[in-house]
Ligand binder design. Structure first.
Ligand code: PMP
Length: 557
């Protein structure tokens, strides 16, 4: 102002308080409108900015969204101006480059876009180094322990059905069946913390919690399964089941199902064709006999009577063993096959097989480590779906929601036959903290109706997967029960040539989109789905949409 004369105007109309990263996003949105500038080239701007002011992981993550928002705003402004005066070309001259930029950016997932833009950022490089450091340090855990995924995950937090990695990325966990009632479930955490702050001893003292849990657990089992042994893992539980069966029958041998895994101890490896026939395996021990997998998709018997047919196979295997003078102590069977490839047993299978086993004087052992505790929805235990009562039930994984506890539930008569004077004791098995965790898990399963939730969401998943199967010939079979599902990928629906490479690719592509899955089955071509039971409808729909997107990309010509 000079006197009353205005000599200039300061326009503060665009001055707003906002996040710094918005400036960068707007610059990038314009850069991407230039012909020949793709996200990797625009990354030069990000690197230069980052060199002066390092971008936080959160800022890096929001860049794609902010760029999309800027493009959308620009386009809307241009369209509105065009409507007001189509003659005034300079008003909306940015319409075409904006559209072009939107189309180009649409070819990237938000995560890929972030990667392309931020590849030169300091903190990203540091994080890369952190993963490399952890991998190097992990050598100390020995070379036989593998890592999941091509690019391993560094998970730092879990909540319900989600996992958070060190970069702050959230993953939907469709594959961990241990955290049954959700990662870090508040009630389980509280039960563990409260009891740990009070007392943790062992089962040689009287304590209410383990007894209450034993009551609650056996109340969920049919008679005469009324006696519990507590251990620390599924392997220990199967190992103990073997001892019980041998003690009660005075026989030695076992029958197992091909492709099965029952645990990591010496005897469990010997009872796991998945291991003894796999890499580094030493083949079948003389006291172990394998029956074919009752697989109605890929196995020899595929008709409606297949259950009985496969049960006859168990009878045949037992006959061959007894003809050689062997005696059968037990038949170990998962009640839906997990490592075998997420295979539900055909109807009549266990009833028939159990008859043969019992006729040979053996016991029937149901390994419910993966599928028990309501996962199959319609029943608490997988064996109930087959209408049978085993002599011994083996439990593990979901019991403590991640806290180590396993159990063997059996009849009083078998427990008495085992009590030959030698004491059974497990230092940690059934301790007050583990028992509190397990009790809290049971409470949540019951009070939050997780069994019916498993049915509802499992059916929704299954319907969606079947719809995908009708559109993608690579999906040969969709199967399972409740939230224990399998999708078998094949290159040819007639020859059933397994699509193992494609299955691995699908799993890695889903992971890149924030959804965790993994493969299973002897041919490594089955996608397994066994999430925490707290999954919701939105998670299922998103998983199906993302599967559709990934299959669409993988299967296009
Ligand atoms: N049985 C089955 C069916 C399993 O899947 C597993 C573990 N994957 C085990 C037993 C052994 O359990 P753990 O690893 O707790 O010893």
């Amino acid at each position: 102002m000079q006197g009353d004369t205005i000599t200039g105007v300061v326009d503060l109309g665009d001055a707003l308080v906002g996040a710094y990263v918005q400036d960068l996003a707007i610059t990038l949105s314009y850069a991407l409108q230039q012909i020949g500038v793709d996200p990797a080239r625009a990354g030069v701007i990000v690197s230069a900015y980052d060199a002066r002011r390092a971008l936080t992981p959160d800022e890096q993550r929001v860049l794609p969204t902010l760029i999309a928002a800027r493009h959308a705003t620009s386009l809307c402004i241009a369209a509105e101006r065009f409507g007001l005066n189509p003659e005034h070309a300079t008003w909306f001259s940015h319409m075409e480059p904006t559209l072009r930029a939107i189309q180009m950016v649409q070819g990237y997932s938000p995560r890929d876009l972030e990667d392309a833009l931020c590849q030169g950022c300091q903190r990203r490089r540091q994080r890369g180094r952190c993963v490399d450091d952890l991998r190097a340090k992990r050598q100390r855990l020995g070379p036989s322990l593998s890592l999941s995924y091509d690019e391993p995950l560094h998970i730092v937090e879990g909540r319900d059905q989600y996992l958070l990695d060190a970069d702050g990325r959230v993953y939907l966990d469709l594959v961990n069946n241990v955290c049954h009632v959700g990662h870090c479930n508040a009630r389980v955490v509280e039960a563990i913390a409260t009891q740990a702050a009070m007392l943790n001893t062992n089962t040689r003292y009287l304590h209410e919690t383990v007894l209450e849990y034993a009551d609650r657990l056996t109340a969920k089992m049919p008679a005469p399964l009324d006696t519990c042994f507590f251990v620390n893992s599924g392997s220990e539980a199967n190992e103990l089941a073997l001892r019980l069966a041998r003690a009660a029958t005075e026989h030695t041998d076992v029958v197992v199902i091909d492709g099965a895994y029952h645990g990591s101890t010496g005897n469990c490896i010997a009872m796991s064709p998945y291991k003894f026939n796999g890499p580094g395996g030493r083949g079948q021990a003389d006291w172990v006999h394998s029956a074919p997998m009752p697989d109605v998709y890929r196995g020899e018997l595929r008709d409606t009577d297949a259950g009985l047919g496969y049960a006859l196979e168990v009878g045949r295997v037992i006959g061959e063993a007894t003809n050689k003078g062997r005696s059968i102590a037990g038949f170990f069977a998962e009640t839906l096959l997990s490592c075998g490839g997420q295979i539900p047993l055909p109807s009549g299978y266990l009833a028939g097989a159990f008859e043969h086993v019992r006729a040979a004087g053996g016991l029937c052992i149901a390994d419910e480590v993966q599928v028990g505790l309501g996962r199959v929805g319609d029943a608490m235990w997988g064996f109930e779906l087959q209408g049978v009562v085993p002599d011994i039930v083996v439990l593990g994984k979901p019991m403590g929601n991640g806290h180590p506890i396993g159990a063997v539930v059996t009849t009083r008569a078998i427990a008495e036959a085992f009590a030959n004077g030698m004491e059974f004791f497990s230092t940690f098995g059934g301790n007050p903290v583990s028992a509190s965790a397990a009790l809290a898990v049971l409470d949540v399963v019951e009070e939050d109706g997780l069994q019916s939730r498993a049915t509802r969401l499992g059916d929704r998943f299954m319907d969606g997967l079947r719809a995908l199967q009708s559109r993608y010939s690579i999906i040969g079979d969709v199967r399972g029960r409740g939230l224990f599902l399998g999708v078998e990928l094949v290159r040819d629906r007639t020859t059933l040539e397994p699509a193992a490479t494609e299955a691995a690719m699908l799993v890695n592509n889903m992971k890149a989109r924030g959804i965790l899955l993994s493969t299973d089955g002897p041919l490594h071509n089955v996608i397994k789905i066994k999430p925490p039971l707290v999954l919701n409808e939105g998670d299922v729909d998103r998983s199906l949409r993302t599967l559709d997107e990934v299959l669409g990309l993988m299967c296009e010509d």
